[in-house]
Design a protein around this ligand. Structure first.
Ligand code: PMP
Length: 772
């Protein structure tokens, strides 16, 4: 494994005549340093220079050929990369072959790179960053180069073979042995298995300051000497250079951080590469004294730059150790754009909860006691900090599934490209608006972007007031539409016993199970709609008039009602007759949740003046919008401009577009309809066995299960619901509670929910009810 070659010594006249015949080269020859080749610079008549390498006859022809091919590959892959260009012979061979006194010497001729060998000089921070980028470029340029030749090279300098040098630890000064052993043990145990599964390719293998040329501005202007090229883990080029460019005159943390950051700016690292960089750097540093010891044992004296490295290796390792392994690992992970600590989550929910109380207050609402500490989501599954998976039958924000890869990639890609606001023309906002308009009913062609459902409703309400000149509104009697002051007035469920909003009237819920008109009403849709007449008249009489009615087509907070046919159309007609507008709050019911159509209002056959969207639109990324008629928007804008800083930003729109793609590509509207019906079939079968189930209702993947203590009296069972929710949690199934009486199980999963998931949920509910 150890290279014990000495460079050949062929007299200059013989070389000059060979160069002339084989390459057509003549000029002034100057000897260059070389460990195993006899190297010269030839200054040609035109003022340019080449490097003439008479290689050691024992150097494998295959390896040299591979080097030559690699250089030609780089010239094609990244023509600007400052590495030597190969000059072929006059016969167009990759290598020359000089026969001298019965020995065959391979010859390689390369272009001369300007600059001076960097050597012991230190690089500025900007130059280190730039060097990192250069290494990344080198890796990218070699990525597609295929050659079997260097795969099995037994090079002493190959980090993967460092354990072969382990016996040399005994030949180190006694004071260094403990540290050396520790580094090697860690390498064998921890790093070696990682290296085996890391992405690998042909790499340079030996980028160090004596193989780097610097220009007059102090930046690296060239990388030379491909003699240690090997097929190996890509990260080794960065790790080796990072170790070798540590300079005693500089802060090692800055050097490492800048180089890795530069590398990463062009070529992302994989997380394992980033995590073991510091270990690889230590090993690289340790290899110099180990190889030196091996050389001494073979009677070879270290000289030149090798001694320079050797004298600073162990002190540098000690300096790194004094900074601390964990700190450096975190630093390099951050430089590679990974969080410093790969797993910052406390494992104990108690710890997380007490930290939360300190900074987020006592009163903020959490589900479950003890609460769940979630750390990961995937599809319809959530995982907590103890690694338990829960079937998510509750959350509608991760509409197309938690962390859907298509959506997260779209978000990440856009975040890396541009994220700005709609005061500029941006392609994503235009496309997203176009796609929303194409999905919306006729006439609704104006989109205004905001960041949440509350904001969308707030804005729609402002527009409705401006357009109608009226100030009164209508909402359902247990509605929720958001958090702003104006929308709080539309949200009696926020504070059922304290709700007061003189300009708002509430409509009784059109509930066929326990509504105000009783169970058996003929034409319930029309009859319930008639109940809007009186509040409208009151608002008119009080001088408010009706600017708008705001309705969630899924009637989610009201307990997921199957609103009777014609109800919404009837209410809309009455509101319009009074000069008001219809705001379809599609935060819950939109994006295919109800399965019969993309929008909930379509399910009810009503034509709105506004659609407001939020929660599911960005699958977790904040996205909100109002879609309305252009004349309503123009009217609103007469009073002054409207601008939401984050509304419609590129990343939000990229998320929104990705969600629309997934819904279309995965057929999720149809899925919601079919799986929702299948789920309710299962729940209805449970109702035959569990008297607590009073009613099963809903459409698509919005399902309500009303629990009652007595099916005749329909006495609600709110306390039982809490127990059921907790029992379901114990079963690993997350469901919510809902409704004015707090006795409705809300089953509202991501709409990628499948029949198998429905079976799991039904079986869990069966067991939970049995345990009650
Ligand atoms: N409208 C409805 C029907 C909602 O369910 C919600 C949120 N649950 C909102 C509006 C408010 O949305 P946000 O929380 O994004 O402000």
């Amino acid at each position: 494994m150890l290279n014990t070659f000495r460079p050949p010594e062929v007299a200059l006249p013989a070389l000059a005549s060979f160069a002339d015949v084989a390459y057509g080269l003549s000029g002034t020859w100057t000897r260059l340093e070389g460990e195993r080749d006899q190297n010269f610079r030839i200054l040609l008549a035109d003022g340019s220079s080449v490097v003439f390498k008479l290689c050691h006859p024992a150097e494998g022809d295959e390896i040299l050929r591979c080097q030559a091919e690699a250089l030609e590959h780089i010239a094609l892959a990244d023509p600007g990369l400052p590495v030597p260009r190969l000059k072929r012979t006059l016969e167009s061979d990759l290598l020359g072959c000089m026969v001298h006194e019965g020995t065959q010497y391979p010859v390689m001729v390369l272009s001369w790179l300007e600059g001076s060998v960097l050597g012991e000089a230190a690089l500025s921070r900007a130059a280190l960053y730039d060097l990192g980028r250069l290494l990344a470029r080198l890796g990218l340029a070699l990525r597609g180069f295929v050659s079997g030749a260097p795969a099995e090279r037994d090079l002493a300098w190959d980090t993967r073979r460092v354990m072969q040098l382990a016996p040399q630890v005994e030949n180190l000064p006694e004071a260094d042995r403990g540290l050396a052993r520790e580094i090697l043990e860690r390498h064998a145990e921890f790093t070696t298995p990682l290296l085996r599964r890391m992405r690998s390719q042909i790499i340079h293998g030996d980028v160090h300051p004596f193989n780097a040329l610097a220009d007059r501005t102090g930046f690296v202007s060239g990388i030379i000497d491909f003699g240690d090229m090997v097929h190996g883990p890509l990260v080794l080029d960065l790790a080796n250079a990072a170790g070798d460019f540590l300079n005693p005159a500089q802060d090692p943390e800055e050097t490492l951080f800048d180089m890795v950051r530069g590398y990463r700016s062009l070529s992302p690292l994989e997380e394992e590469e980033a995590s073991c960089l510091i270990d690889l750097i230590e090993v690289r540093l340790l290899m110099t004294p180990l190889i030196d010891a091996l050389k001494s044992a073979n009677g070879i004296q270290s000289q030149g730059y090798f001694s320079s490295f050797n004298s600073r290796s162990m002190p540098m390792i000690r300096q790194l150790r004094s900074i601390g392994h964990d700190r450096l690992k975190g630093l390099l992970r951050r430089a590679a754009a990974f969080p410093a600590n790969p797993d910052p989550h406390p494992k104990l929910v108690e710890e997380a909860l007490s930290r939360r109380r300190q900074v987020m207050g006592e009163k903020l609402y959490v589900f479950y006691d003890p609460p769940l500490h979630m750390v990961k989501g995937e599809g319809v599954w959530l995982e907590n900090s103890s690694g338990r998976r829960f079937l998510d039958c509750y959350n509608n924000v991760p509409h197309v599934g938690h962390c859907h890869p298509y959506v997260t990639e779209a978000i990440a890609r856009q975040a890396k490209t541009l994220n700005t606001n709609t005061r500029y023309i941006t392609d994503q906002s235009i496309e997203y608006a176009e796609r929303l308009v194409a999905l919306s009913p006729e006439g609704l062609t104006a989109v205004v972007f905001v960041n949440s459902g509350s904001e969308a409703n707030d804005l729609a309400w402002r527009m409705a007031k401006a357009f109608t000149g009226k100030s009164g509104g209508l909402a359902m009697d247990f509605a929720y539409h958001g958090v702003s002051e104006s929308i709080d007035a539309f949200s009696p469920s926020n504070a059922p016993d304290h709700w007061r909003a003189p300009h708002i009237r509430l409509l009784p819920a059109p509930c066929l199970y326990r509504g105000v008109l009783g169970g058996d009403v003929a034409e319930p849709g029309a009859r319930y709609a008639e109940l809007a007449a009186e509040p409208i008249a009151e608002l008119d009489a009080e001088g408010h008039g009706v600017a708008a009615v705001m309705i969630d087509s899924a009637f989610m907070t009201n307990g997921i009602l199957d609103a009777p046919t014609g109800y919404l159309r009837g209410v809309a007609a009455r509101v319009r007759a009074a000069g008001g507008l219809f705001i379809a709050d599609e935060v819950q019911s939109g994006f295919g949740r109800m399965g019969t159509a993309f929008w909930g209002h379509r399910h009810h056959g009503v034509h709105p003046d506004f659609i407001t969207i939020g929660k599911p639109a960005g699958n977790g990324h904040p996205v909100g919008a109002v879609i309305t008629r252009p004349e309503i928007l123009s009217h609103f804008l007469k009073a002054g401009p409207f601008f939401s800083t984050f509304g419609g930003n590129n990343v939000a729109c990229a998320a929104g577009l990705a969600v629309l793609d997934v819904i279309r590509d995965e057929g999720l509207v149809e899925n919601a309809l079919a799986v929702g019906a299948y789920l309710r079939d299962g729940l209805n079968r449970l109702a035959a066995r569990h008297a607590l189930i009073g009613d099963v209702r809903g459409i698509g993947l919005a399902t309500g299960v009303e629990l009652v203590r007595d099916r005749k009296t329909k006495a609600p069972a709110p306390a039982e619901i809490i127990r059921v929710l907790n029992l379901l949690r114990d079963e690993g199934v997350l469901v919510g509670g809902e409704g004015k009486l707090g006795n409705v199980l809300k089953i509202r999963p991501p709409i990628v929910f499948s029949r198998d998931h429905a079976d799991l949920a039904v079986a869990a509910l069966d067991r939970a009810l049995a345990k009650l």
